[in-house]
Ligand binder design. Sequence first.
Ligand code: SF4
Ligand code: SF4
Length: 336
Amino acid sequence: MKKGPENCVRCGKCLPSCPSYQFFLKESYSPRGRNFLFSKDLASQSYEFCLYCERCRSICPHKLSFPEFYWDKLFSEKGISLPYLKDSLSLLSLLPQGSRIFKKWEVKEILPFTRTQGDYYIYLSCGLKHLYPESLHKFLKTFSQTKLHPQISMEQDCCGILYLSLRAIHNLKKCALNKLRIFSEKKPVITFCATCFWVLKKVYPKLFENTDKEKDFKELSERTYFFTEFIIEKIHYTFKLENKSKILYHFPCHLKDPLTSQEKYLKNIIDLRDFCCGSAKATLWIRGFQEKYSSHWKRELIGKDTIATACTGCYLNFSFLLKRPPQIKHWMEFIK
Ligand code: SF4
Ligand code: SF4
């Protein structure tokens, strides 16, 4: 039987792992508090401060996920409708602070390595284009001699996480349906961003639950891989990462969910530091939350000159909130 927030037994095991509870130290900002309020149909500002990290689900003996309960309601509502942006991060180039981290996307750099009919799709996300394109160039060069050849469609767009955080469900659905069309052939899809990975694997099937598209999105979810998992399982390449003491390898929350977990692939390869960046939810940026929250993770950086992550939201937060050093990089840039 499907579980709901009323199934919370109030054991409190999730409280230490919930970043928003650790920040606010109020019961209503814990998974247990949110589940209680939500089960009673009570409104609370704390729902907005759920970071969608799903650490509660990882630790809960009953595998309860507050975001899943919240989305059930959110996805059944009309929500707001926004202008549709194919490329969410293009907005960065318009902001004085954003133009510092925005990189202009040059198609010519990848054309020699891709085919119109390849063996697998590369998901060309906004982060891959405009924050860490070097990681894609390095991936293509490193694996250009393998038997499997990548296919990249230039018309790929945002996974829709921006719309999820703004509750623009109509826009999110449009992003999802575009992925079904672009990745229509039954080939693996690989992503370089933990959040895109989680959206394709988990959020889309939930979004289309009990509709005629549910089966299609489950099938797409099953053939979606994180790039590290793909390198090991499909390319059969045992990689290592540069092991310099001044590099901090950050582990994004969205690689921790049982469905998206990458720990089994990585635990003997990288010494990962597991902390939440404070989420890149746009509604929380407007309130200045991430800046306040950064005091919870900045101490991790003592003695480091580089922070390497594998998630667009975390990469953005680190880029906005830190002054160099440290420099911000993607894991792929350190793969040997
Ligand atoms: S998803 Fe994260 S922030 Fe939200 S209730 Fe669960 S642990 Fe807390
Ligand atoms: S761990 Fe699960 S059952 Fe226990 S308080 Fe948290 S949500 Fe409720």
